[in-house]
Every structure is written in C-alpha cells, then in structure tokens.
Design a protein around this ligand. Structure first.
Ligand SMILES: Nc1nc(O)c(N)c(N[C@@H]2O[C@H](COP(=O)(O)O)[C@@H](O)[C@H]2O)n1
Ligand code: ZN
Length: 392
C-alpha cells in the first residue's frame, strides 16, 4: 500500500501539458522520429504488462546521433525505473544524448532515488516526455528540475497513447480507487446466456483470446457467486509467461461449490470476499486450500474497490453477471466497458442480460459511452468505450 497525498492538477503546473485540458485543439508535438521513439517506449513498457502496480508501466529509449544506444522499462515496483535501465545500457553514450520516456521522470525518493538527478548526472542534452506524471510527488517537478539544469524538455509526444497505457495508474492516483473495466459477451439480442444459464460460449475463440489478454493487463478480475456456480471459470490469462490477475469472488452467503476450478491456486491466487460470519466451515475449507478469505460488511463493489486500492491495485476487471455489474456501475466502480457482441440470437424473455436494473426510466438517462472504438474480432464485434464521468 502507498500513502499518496491528494493530487494538484498537473496542467496547472505544466502549461501546455494538455493534461485534462480539452479547451483548445492540441498541436502535434515533435517529429515523426520522436513519435516513433515514443511508440517504442510504449512497446518496451508493455513488456511488464500487469506486473508494475502500484507503479506505472514505463519505457525509455536513449538516442545519440540518430541511433538507439540504450533502452529500458520498469519491471515492477521496488525495482529501478525505466530511465535507470536505459542509462545503464547507454553508458558513456548518454552524455549529450536524447532520452525518450513515456512518463515524466520522477523527482522524489520513493522506493528508488529520483531519475531527474540521474539524468542530470549522466549529462543528457534533451528529454522527450510522453505525459506528465499525476503523482503529486512528481506532478511537473521532474520536468522543472531537468529544465533548471539546462536540459531541453519536450512534453506531450504521443500523449494520448502514453496516458492510455497507464489509465489504471492515473485513475488510482487521481481517485484513490483502482480503474474498473466491465467486460461482457452478449448475443445480438442482448443475452449473456440462455434461459437455463448456459453460456459456453457466446463469443468465438479470437474474442476469448482478447479477453485473456485483457486479464493479463489487470491486477484483479472480479466475479460473483453465480458465475462460479454456473460457469465454473478459471479466470486466468491462459498465456505462457503472462501475468495472471488475482481472482476475486464476491459472495455474501458463501454458498459455493467445493470443487470449483477457482479454488485451485497453483496457477493464480484467489481471494473471496464475504460478509461477517458467513458459512464459517466453508471459510475454513477455503483457507485450507490456500484461498484468502476477507469479511467485508456490507459487501459492496465500492468496499471491495477501496480494499483493492489499499492493496496497491491499479486496474480491476469486472467479469460478473448483470446484478453485480449494475451495482458496480451505480457505485462508480466501472470506468470503461468492453462489450463483445456475437452475431447469435438465443431469445428468452428471462435469459440473463449483461447489466441489471440501473433505475433509469428515460432513454435520455442512458449511460452513453465516450471515446468509443468498434472493432471486428473474428466473427464478433467489440465495442470499447468509457463511462461519461471518466476523463483521461
Ligand atoms: N518516469 C518514471 N519511470 C518509471 O519507470 C517509474 N516507475 C515511474 N514511477 C513514478 O515514481 C513512483 C514510484 O516511485 P518508486 O518506484 O517508489 O521509487 C510512481 O508512483 C510514479 O509516480 N516514473
Ligand atoms: Zn524514476
């Protein structure tokens, strides 16, 4: 757990950083080469996908006379930052070079010393930054320190892509909760299962592979008891060498099958949230299997998100049924939606739908997703977008 003070808005500190500032059209910053190098930083950063929380994913590239002389990425919290690895790889070549880094260099002593000082000491001539670090311990201070040392600093190259890379980290810092993603797969007539609850499979294998990738990038995946009873899922990322999220089950009654796949914890850990005093025998059985059991009363999505924030989590994937999804949305625990739509029709007035009652009566109250992207995945369609209250 980290204890970070409330954030001051970085755009108030860094004029022209573009952070949360949509009031004027942004100019394209930097050359094509600068953009290519920043995209390389993002590629490097993603090598640590799912493994850096509570820290961000960061990549760095050092260029001298048009050639890459050093690269690095941040592997996990407690280990050196991306800039340190890149400086080490560049050695003497760092003097007079340009360093590209997807997040503003830090300027504080945390688990590691300030990268700003390391860059000054190495004698770099220019620093190209993807986006400002919203962490109040940094928040423009790294950039100011570099400029004060006479280093040229360019801020905002591939800014949107750099922010998207760390939308979990940014949300965590700004809102003191993990970033919530609701993922569901439904038929063309809006059902997530048949009337009997059968749901394997709504989508094609390409879409399922996309979900596995999504899990690999999240710190936790949350389901309710019904999903365990009906689908008996693994909830792993099913990829050799990839990160597996913590598998979280929310169950008030703890009326769950003893032989569910999720209690097998050799591949990935499992945490069950329940209410005080629920089914003590089953709690003991789970603990004996190596499953963590935590009592939270009343058991709500927000309490779970607050708990996971304290554990240092940046991003959480809701893969639950409609009732829990509606509660999570109502309590502000969802910022982004991944909806897979399969060209199938199952019918059934009582077949389950992805989101339960939100208490809306007029279409004008509908939650209209923003920054929507639509893709074809195999034979299915993926709609990705942000709930209206979310800003990047
Ligand atoms: N620019 C940059 N590069 C990295 O590789 C990073 N991990 C960060 N992280 C920032 O520093 C904070 C963590 O510091 P410690 O690892 O504890 O020393 C993190 O909250 C980010 O603000 N930045
Ligand atoms: Zn640093």
């Amino acid at each position: 757990m980290d204890n970070l003070p409330m954030i001051a808005q970085p755009d108030a500190l860094i004029a022209g950083s573009g952070f949360h500032d949509d009031s004027h059209p942004k100019q394209t910053l930097g050359s094509d080469f600068d953009h290519a190098m920043m995209r390389r930083c993002i590629e490097l950063a993603r090598r640590a996908l799912g493994r850096t929380s509570p820290n961000p994913m960061v990549g760095a590239v050092i260029v001298k006379d048009g050639e890459i002389v050093g690269e690095g990425f941040h592997p996990r919290a407690g280990e050196p930052h991306a800039e340190v690895f890149a400086l080490k790889a560049a050695g003497e070549n760092a003097g007079g070079a340009t360093i590209y880094v997807s997040l503003e260099p830090c300027n504080h002593y945390g688990r590691t010393p300030p990268c700003s000082e390391g860059l000054v000491a190495a004698g770099v001539a220019k620093v190209v930054v993807g986006t400002v670090d919203p962490n109040p311990l940094v928040a423009g201070g790294g950039i100011a320190r570099l400029r004060a040392a006479g280093i040229e600093v360019l801020v905002g190259v591939e800014e949107q892509a750099c922010k998207k890379l760390n939308e979990g980290f940014i949300h965590r810092i700004l809102h003191h909760r993990p970033f919530g993603i609701l993922k569901y797969a439904m038929t063309l007539d809006g059902k997530i299962a048949t009337t009997t609850g059968h749901s394997a499979w709504v989508t094609n294998k390409d879409a399922r592979s996309e979900v596995h990738q999504l899990r690999a990038g999240c710190d936790a995946v949350i389901v309710g008891g019904n999903t365990i009873r009906q689908d008996n899922p693994y909830l792993t990322s099913h990829r050799e060498g990839a990160h597996n999220p913590l598998r979280v089950v929310m169950s008030r009654s703890l009326d769950l099958p003893q032989n569910a796949r999720i209690w097998e914890t050799a591949e990935a850990p499992t945490l069950v949230f329940t209410e005080k005093g629920a089914n003590p025998d089953f709690q003991e059985l789970l603990r004996n299997l190596g499953v963590e059991v935590v009592e939270l009363t009343p058991l709500t999505p927000d309490k779970v998100m607050a708990y996971l924030y304290e554990r240092g989590f940046c991003s959480v994937l809701w893969e639950c049924g409609g009732l829990l999804a509606a509660n999570a949305i109502a309590q502000g625990a969802v910022q982004k939606v991944f909806a897979f739509i399969a060209p199938k029709i199952v019918g059934g007035a009582h077949a389950p739908t992805p989101v339960g009652d939100l208490g809306l009566t007029s279409m004008s109250e509908a939650l209209s997703l923003e920054r929507v992207e639509i893709r074809v995945v195999g034979s299915d369609c993926l709609v990705e977008g942000y709930l209206p209250s979310h800003q990047l």
